[in-house]
Write a protein that binds this ligand. Structure first.
Ligand code: UD1
Length: 340
């Protein structure tokens, strides 16, 4: 059997990916320090799949503990590295925390992969590496220039991509797939796993669902004076289950030795840009729930518009994000309702 080490497997994207791996016949080993997630997500994964999930509450930047854990398994063939801090605003306040968590964990993993002879890694990157692409680069392909990061969080993604490239250059046995996510949203159709924001949600959809549930009074729409058709920012919102499936494809491709380059990069998005107001209106339409909102000033560091050209992932990975935004928004609402 082939086992995949999933770091951050109790998190939002990690838990959905663990489900898809198990349903595709892989064994898993989940490592998560639960700093921004809960073990209840592992229970949810077990309920959905009917399989027991081996789980270790370990910080994956802890070399000794990780070394000990990996010594207990001799069937790990790949790593999917989700574990990271991801709040853009917090990263500006606590840069060292972000550099430490996000960079040390990758370095530790790459060191241990060498020791334990694991040659494949999938890394969670972000469209944030493109910054605000110039008009000629919209929709964004993998060839668009990397722009200086706007936050320490974004910088950790860029630095980690470079660490992977340099390590692969020095070691031809290492294969890596860098996945640049656009905006993942939604929840598993079972409503047994989903997004669990810590405190006041920073991301748009959890804020919308919490407002719909009456937990928040009103949504603040950050700016309606952007150079977009309705003035609000445009993003590429992708269903988390579709996104999770791309990870299985990436692992399959490396294990089947189909990768054409030692380090491959894929944009994971739908190819469709939606504005904040379009997403909000679609949510209200499909759920029938009214969301009070107010237009306020722009949020510092926000990018005006970015959406993916997913052609490479479609053609090379053989993967497509095909769930409608309506279905995706309903899944998020069903999940919110289970939370109360
Ligand atoms: C940001 C990061 C992304 C990161 C992700 C993880 C950038 C450019 N993007 O995505 O790399 O992976 O966070 O958390 O740094 N909005 C509102 N009201 C709200 C919340 C959001 O109007 O209460 C708007 C924002 O202005 C934005 C859109 O909704 O236009 C999406 O925001 P959000 O969900 O926070 O994601 P990003 O900022 O795109």
């Amino acid at each position: 059997m082939s086992r995949i080490l999933v770091t951050g497997g109790a998190g939002f994207i990690g838990s959905h990916t663990t489900v898809e791996l198990l349903e595709s016949g892989y064994d898993v080993l989940v490592v998560d320090n639960l700093s921004n997630s809960t073990a209840a997500m592992i229970d949810g994964v077990e309920k959905i799949t009917g399989k027991k999930v081996p789980f270790a509450k370990i910080d994956c930047s802890d070399y000794e503990q990780m070394d000990k854990l990996l010594s207990q398994y001799n069937d790990i063939v790949g790593v999917i590295h989700f574990a990271a801090s991801k709040a853009v605003g917090e990263s500006v306040q606590k840069p060292l925390l972000y550099y430490k968590n996000n960079i040390l964990s990758l370095i530790t993993l790459l060191e241990l992969m060498k020791v334990h002879k694991i040659s494949n890694i999938v890394f969670s990157s972000s469209c944030t590496v493109y910054g605000q692409p110039d008009k000629e680069y919209l929709p964004v392909t993998e060839e668009a220039p990397i722009k200086p990061a706007l936050s320490p969080y974004g910088n950790t993604k860029q630095i980690n991509e470079e660490i992977i490239r340099d390590t692969a250059h020095s070691d031809e046995s290492l294969h890596a797939t860098i996945l640049r996510y656009f905006n993942p949203i939604g929840a598993h159709p079972s409503a047994l796993i989903g997004e669990l924001p810590n405190g006041v949600p920073q991301n748009l959809l959890p804020f919308i669902t919490q407002t719909a549930a009456g937990i928040r009074k009103e949504l603040k729409v950050f700016g309606n004076d952007y150079n977009t058709p309705d003035g609000s920012c445009i993003r590429d919102y992708i269903y988390v289950v579709d996104l999770a499936k791309a990870h299985v494809k990436a692992i399959d491709r490396m294990l089947e030795h189909k990768a054409e380059e030692q380090v491959e990069v894929f944009n994971l998005g739908t190819g469709r840009g939606l504005s904040v107001l379009e997403l909000l209106n679609t949510f209200m339409k499909v759920t029938g729930v009214n969301i009070p909102y107010q237009i306020v000033g722009r949020r510092e560091g926000d990018i005006e518009q970015v959406w993916a050209d997913p052609k490479k992932a479609n053609e090379v990975l053989g993967w497509k994000a095909d769930t409608s935004v309506e279905e995706t928004l309903l899944s998020a609402w069903r999940w919110q309702q289970t939370l109360g």
